[in-house]
Ligand binder design. Sequence first.
Ligand code: AMP
Ligand code: MG
Length: 689
Amino acid sequence: MSTFQTFAMVDWSGGNDTGPTPRKDAIWACIVRNSKALEPEYLRNRLVAKQWLDTLIRAELKAGRRLFLGFDFPFGYPSGFARAITGTDDPLALWDWFDRHVEDSPQTNNRFDLAGRVNLQFGGRGPFWMNGLRRDIVGLPRTKTGYSNPFPDRRVVETLAKGSFTCWQMAGAGAVGGQVMMGLPVLNRLRHRFAGQVAVWPFEPLEKPIAIVEIWPSLTLGKPPAGRIKDAWQVEQVALTLSRLTEQELDAQLNVSAAEEGWILGVPQNKPNIAPPPLRNDCFALPAGVEWTPVDEALAYLRDKLHPITSAETVSLTKASERILAEDVIAQRSNPPQPNTAVDGFGFAGPVPDGPQVMPLGDGRAAAGIPFEADVPKGRALRVLTGAALPDGVDTVILEEDVTVEDGHIAFHGPLKKGANTRRAGEDVVAGDMALPAGRRLTPADLALLSAVGIAEVNVRKPLRVAVVSTGDELVEAGESAAPGQIFDANRPMLLSLAHRMGFEPVDMGRVADNREALRDRLDQAAKQADVILTSGGASAGDEDHVSALLRQAGAMQHWRIALKPGRPLALGLWSGVPVFGLPGNPVAAMVCTLIFARPALGLMAGEGWAEPQGFEVPAAFEKRKKPGRREYLRARMRDGRAEVFHSEGSGRISGLCWAEGLVEIEDGERHIKPGDVVRFLPFGSFGL
Ligand code: AMP
Ligand code: MG
């Protein structure tokens, strides 16, 4: 999101014009284009600064250059303030509010009076403090004596960025309160004047030509060289530094979520697993001395030794389908945000007693998105349409169908409970609650929920890249001519599709002959392009089993003799730090091993946690005798409420996989299953297919 051709940094000031001679603590700005800094500019007052910004933005838009525009004051206030003032948590609504209430001219402005007025709403002792004028202002204390702040003193980012001032302090050396109040209206006007072209970080996705970003030079910069005005030097240094970051470096810094308060670019945000540690070399080392490992033990082992290996990125909600959340998502707004009516009908104050009722009907109506602004007096009714916010005085609604309307009155039968046919504010989700947990793979319904609670972008894991390689001298590509003894590569298309359907990013690494050098090269390439490698074939301990031989040479290989059917030994190892799942060559065994072993392991590494397939106890439609020792998976499907199995257990019979809609899992011990006996059915859907 961060290819910018132009970087500009503005050092803001809340003070008035003090003359034409460049001086510190005024507004300063510097532009860097193509890594070259222009001379920093002294902007003597906010009117001049506004014109300068206007000209700059027009010029960059016209030239088709993306502009990164930094400002050194908070874009938001500590949490709760936006809601208390505007009724929503949206910081940009607060920008609009300040824009409407701040009066500004080069010589005078109303910032102290406005701070006093805001304070009076909260009892007159805070949140703002310090009157910088000679005259007294009602509600704005001069000192902190008696000060009381209903909001947090600092934004979260300010608790991490030491030495920052709070935005509540309106005057005094270093205070930023005035700058914020006088700066936000200016940014807000830019936002509206260039609507659709400007995005404000971190509240909006930076998908527009102009990005407006909060950044504080004094957090990172030291003293200016002798003879230079500090502010002029700082804006130049910041713009230059930004222009020299690689796209990845800038993206990493921009990747924060702070929906209400905003953030300061460059202050690291604590995010889970942003740079996950590599897997340990011994992660596939089975406990010594084990001959045949039971399936459950092998799974428990993988679960214990593996961990997420993908990093995170922020994407807009529209692009987040099926992505995995990297962190918990907190609802920014309640759903529903206010009490509203669940039906078309008539609203009034409830409850209503038993028996026939007649009520005068007020003029007007409340509809979804078009609230009724006045009170509804007790004993009167108002027309309300589904989704409309309940006006003051209305808490109960009667269904349209149950009402007759005549002569300006409605008639219906009671009783009706208070709250009937309405939805409570937050009855679905309350603002501040966790809407969805980290590790969640986002479903269509999740996108609806997140959108409803005001989430526009989410921090998600990068998709796990899964490379697929087929091995075997006998393999040719379908469509090529096959000599006697050759077969078409069936596993690769299947495994690529499985990886995709299970929610990972498939990477096709082709076929390799049974040749150690060729295989080594291919694994090297795959390890560069993917996070995990799936191979099929060559995983046993025979002469031509080069996958296991190479992994063994690499020193991080384990042969897992898992007690399962169908399945031959599974070769698990690390190749250049990348986990390799050496699957059996048999297509049926390859698919079963993928579903039973690779899938939960891949899910864990992708960041979605360990997913057990959901099984169902159902009656069998078949008879089968099974010896003790190995767990068995049969190709199966449900018909007429019973599980039937494929007529052959031959592990080369691919058509049985197509016939099946799931697997029947038969436990490790001895069993004689007769029709009607209970068996466990695992639908393919429960593996994410
Ligand atoms: P292997 O594990 O290499 O000993 O192979 C076991 C069986 O699976 C042999 O019959 C192979 O020909 C067959 N096989 C291996 N790879 C594939 C593939 N990609 N497609 C179809 N059959 C395969
Ligand atoms: Mg082979």
